[in-house]
Design a protein around this ligand. Structure first.
Ligand SMILES: Cc1cc2nc3c(=O)[nH]c(=O)nc-3n(C[C@H](O)[C@H](O)[C@H](O)COP(=O)(O)O)c2cc1C
Length: 328
């Protein structure tokens, strides 16, 4: 890893008890989840479009900054925080959001759905890092060429807009041309998975699904209960809800009267009205294949303790020891 990549990774991992970013999730992550995650020793995040207005976004930023600063002032340690930002040209709040980022200075900006170039100068000017959320080698290469500091590789099984590739293929192939920080996500829902991602060559893990049912998230009780009931066979991948391939809880798809076997053709992606009006996914709940690890509603602090125990226990395998590579 080159020096600057090293610096970015150690800066982002500062204050973390586990190399985990609680991933940004539409209609799920708000300031409470971010603050609880940072206090528990992970990096918290949310997608800016979760705030219904620019004023509300400002309030959320203010709250996150002040509450984390108060913990630091009292001598406590907290993880940093991140936002995901839509950089697609149709996203109408882009310019206003960029101004707020300059003011509140989150440690990490993850760009989605467009070129990260649009934010690089601004975020670098305050010392932040820009990572691009990518699902293919082509997008990873484009983002690297655009000058991003790091990549978020969203892999098969992820909640929300899901990737098509296995992390076992994606991480090593990206490592052939990119030496910088890599975050990997997709169905990583326990501490062993975090360890495995590090062994694959990732620096941090994006973990979304595991935190949806936490009381600090924005979701309703029905969604929480469905998360607890579902296993990976309770998740369906379909384009039928939003026009792009996403993973959803089957139970909610059926309850909304949708035919999960009907795959819609790709439509034009338009984010100009993402904050208002009725959206078809309002009562259809997203979750990734790692949902089976959610077996009860536990708060963020408790969830992190469990992840830590699993992480520490990882590496201990069952059965007879395999011959050591050195003696083969
Ligand atoms: C309900 C839900 C909503 C999501 N919404 C967004 C989003 O608005 N922006 C984004 O960049 N990623 C979004 N994601 C993807 C996550 O950031 C992350 O890639 C994913 O949760 C990782 O996989 P996992 O859910 O299996 O842990 C969403 C994921 C879920 C489960």
């Amino acid at each position: 890893m080159n020096q600057s990549a090293d610096r970015i990774v150690s800066r982002l991992r500062q204050g973390l008890r586990l190399p985990v970013i609680v991933a940004p999730m539409f209609l799920v992550s708000g300031p409470e989840l971010v603050i609880a995650s940072c206090k528990a020793g992970l990096m918290g995040s949310f997608p800016t479009q979760n705030a219904r207005s620019i004023e509300q976004l400002n309030d959320w930023f203010l709250r996150i900054r002040d509450e984390l600063a108060a913990v630091r002032k009292a001598g406590g340690t907290v993880g940093g925080w991140a936002v995901s930002l839509i950089v697609h040209p149709s996203y109408d709040r882009f310019a206003q959001e960029l101004e707020l980022l300059q003011e509140y200075r989150p440690e990490l900006i993850v760009t989605a759905l467009g070129s990260p170039k649009r934010v690089l100068d601004t975020v670098h000017s305050y010392g932040g890092a820009v990572f691009a959320d990518v699902m293919s080698l082509e997008h990873a290469r484009k983002a690297v060429d655009a000058g991003v500091d790091g990549l978020v590789l969203v892999c098969h099984g992820a909640g929300g807009h899901t990737g098509a590739y296995s992390p076992f293929a994606f991480v090593p192939e990206v490592r052939r041309f990119f030496d910088g920080p890599i975050v990997v996500g997709g169905a990583i829902s326990d501490g062993r998975g975090v360890r495995a991602a590090e062994m694959l060559g990732a620096d941090l893990v994006y973990m979304g699904t595991r935190f949806i049912a936490c009381p600090e998230s924005l979701v309703n009780e029905e969604y929480r209960a469905m998360m607890v009931r579902a296993g990976m066979d309770g998740v369906v991948s379909t384009k039928a809800v939003t026009g792009v391939m996403c993973n959803w809880l089957k139970e909610s798809v059926a309850a909304a009267g949708l035919d999960q076997n009907r795959l819609a053709v790709d439509g034009k992606i338009d984010f100009s009205d993402v904050h208002g009006g009725h959206k078809p996914w309002k009562n259809i709940y997203g979750a990734g294949q790692g949902v089976g690890c959610v077996d009860r509603v536990a708060d963020v602090a408790e969830t992190v303790e469990q992840l830590l125990n699993e992480y520490r226990g990882a590496g201990v395998s069952r059965g007879v020891d395999l011959p050591r590579a050195a003696s083969l």
